[in-house]
Design a binder for this molecule. Sequence first.
Ligand code: GLU
Length: 432
Amino acid sequence: MLRFAPSPTGDMHIGNLRVALFNYIVSKQRNEDLIVRIEDTDKERNIEGKDQEILDILALFGIEYTQVIYQSQNVRFHTAMALQLLHEIKAFNCFCSTEWLDKKRAEAKENKEAYRYDDACADLPAELVIDNMNPFTVRIRKPHDAIIVKDHIKGEISFDPNEIDSFIILRQDKTPTYNFACAVDDMLSDVTLIIRGEDHMSNTPKQDLIRTSLGYDKKIEYAHLPIILNDHGKKMSKRDDASSVKWLLEEGYLPSAISNYLILIGNKPPCEIFEMKDAIEWFNLDNISKSPARFDIDKLKFINREHLKNLDPKELSRYVGFADTEIGKLAKVYLEEAGTTKELKSKIAPIFADKIIPSEFEEQAKIMAETIKNAPYFEEYEDFKNHIMKESGLKGKNFFKPLRLLLTGAEHGPDVAEIYKYLKNYIGEIVK
Ligand code: GLU
């Protein structure tokens, strides 16, 4: 079982999408199920509707899963497991006040030491625990031995037991902490491999300790994906527009191209342009680079253009807001100067819009428009051109400039002879 575990706390980040893609590909390769677990236990940070938005994005990218689980629905299991740990003395009640712990933390900081809980409540006599009316948290006992994590990308990592203290698994209000909920849920779902961002690396030994303490002896495999850097070599954050999947889609990048790019970076693919089904054939987690990948929008645009070229004309036509094949073919010609569907739309829309003619050609354009409107249908551009030239009496620049402006709405662009093939059936709509 694999899982994708997004938090519904913001727009889907490309790093999350990359995690989802890898999970999907590996689940297909291993013939195992993939579940989506919405990690919604942090009520304050949840944003209404983000869960659905995430599921919609997964659908758009063709990422299939067998089930959606909401973490908040598992709270009764989290509580039961914490009670089990208390019963087995693998966890204990901690009565240290928040103020006290904050003070200890500040002291550690002053001494330039990493803060570790000092186990003050780890071995309180039973009578002090049972009758104690003070608020308390539940902490799991720290490990005795090193925790070894085998990671497909990072290799084998050993966490010293002193790096991990007896950490909180249930808060004062008895809600589970993030690590506890996550570790229990992965166990309950029988997850075999966790693919996630490397920002979770420090959680891994804690989650491993939770499961071992619960007597779960299956070892989960890991793959922690390196972060994605922006142009300045910093982690791609909300401030970088391109970090948002929604933004990239709005900018006119195709899901297939975004997937292609996110699978390509930091990887060793046999070719540069591919579809997800190809990636399922050759993808290997062990090939993913340990070092961060750098996001390069120009490269993404190059890949997007290749995917746009591969679309069938009818589909491309739909992407630029039309329904028929000819416009799709026309859009393909414009791919020489456009790399996204948004850019393509900005080239195609002026063809059908009212034309703005610079004053120096206004007169000629008027004559030409009249001539075109009165002209019969011509199959071939040469015949069309000769007819308009003859009837309008215009020549050279005074002919070609207004013609391009009237037919395309732009001063520059692809060869008019080339695009006439796709425009000839629409001349009446184009020159109004
Ligand atoms: N909910 C976490 C996140 O969105 C992922 C946790 C995990 O994969 O273990 O970053």
